[in-house]
Design a binder for this molecule. Structure first.
Ligand SMILES: [Zn+2]
Length: 280
């Protein structure tokens, strides 16, 4: 089984994950194409009490369940496609509010069959200055669902899969574009992507705040409650090589609204990845 590692897995800068990945593939079941998301939570540095950690764990599992319900599998069968590991950590980022969390690409997998690049292991880091407040206001879950979308590939794997050219503001993946026309703008020739925030990790990795889907959609670069998840977002995962439900399911029960405060940023996700790619 290890033979699948060398040709298929491309290591983004962290070679230390080589052994982990090899072990993961070698020990994994030989079957493929069922999608799952595995949060691996380390509360070191979070400053959270035991009770808060329990609440956060519950929300992280709920966020994972939201996506594993809506993303039903992989579009191709390959032994290396068995789900995504999401290490979840806590560290100081930029103080209260502003960036709440970010996600970056560590390890991706490229099956030979369809030419796509899949997320394999993508960590989420929550700003330790924000996490207690997010839990207290009931908004931690919404941010977790947003970040897990990135961990599955939203924004992070657009470039490598030919869905988006940085700086263009125009997402051209056919499945999401078709759904965007059906949901929001029948004449659209692209799905608008944020390019005006002038924030590294927000621009190029989110739907535009001014798109026809409105500012309340979860995957714009700024969180504006009340939030919803569009079918356009769901279908963006079809463009990334996953199979999905026909419509978003379970958001109403999963959602915990954010307080009506000034817009919070939920971005910064790909800043590290972009910098490392350019340096590489
Ligand atoms: Zn984001």
């Amino acid at each position: 089984m290890v033979r699948h590692v060398s040709p298929g897995v491309r290591f983004m800068p962290f070679q230390r994950f080589l052994l982990i990945a090899a072990t993961f593939l070698a020990e994994g079941p030989a079957l493929a194409s069922s999608f799952d998301l595995f949060p691996v939570v380390d509360f070191t540095g979070s400053g959270l009490t035991a009770a808060q950690q329990t609440a956060a764990t519950h929300d992280l599992m709920a966020a994972a369940a939201f996506w594993t319900r809506n993303i039903t599998g992989y579009a191709v069968t390959d032994p290396g496609l068995q789900g995504i590991t999401v290490p979840v950590g806590f560290a100081p980022v930029d103080g209260l509010q502003n960036t709440l969390a970010y996600t970056f690409d560590d390890l991706v997998y490229m099956p030979a069959s369809n030419g796509l690049t899949y997320a394999y292991r993508q960590p989420v880091i929550f700003d330790s200055a924000d996490v207690a407040g997010l839990l207290a206001t009931g908004s931690f879950l919404s941010v977790a669902v947003h970040e897990f979308a990135h961990a599955i590939g939203f924004g992070l794997q657009w470039l490598t899969n030919g869905l988006y050219a940085p700086g263009s503001g125009q997402y051209v993946g056919p499945a999401a574009l078709a759904m965007y026309r059906a949901e929001f703008d029948p004449t659209a020739t692209f799905v608008p992507v944020e390019v005006e925030s002038h924030r590294l990790g927000t621009d190029d990795y989110h739907w535009a705040e001014y798109w026809a889907g409105g500012a309340h959609e979860l995957m714009t670069g700024f969180i504006d409650p009340p939030l919803f998840v569009s079918d356009t977002t769901l279908f963006a995962f079809r463009d990334l090589g996953y199979t999905t439900l026909a419509h978003v399911s379970g958001w109403a029960t999963a959602q915990v609204p954010l307080p009506p405060a000034a817009p919070l940023l939920a971005g910064g996700l790909a800043a590290l990845a972009v910098i490392r790619r350019r340096a590489a």
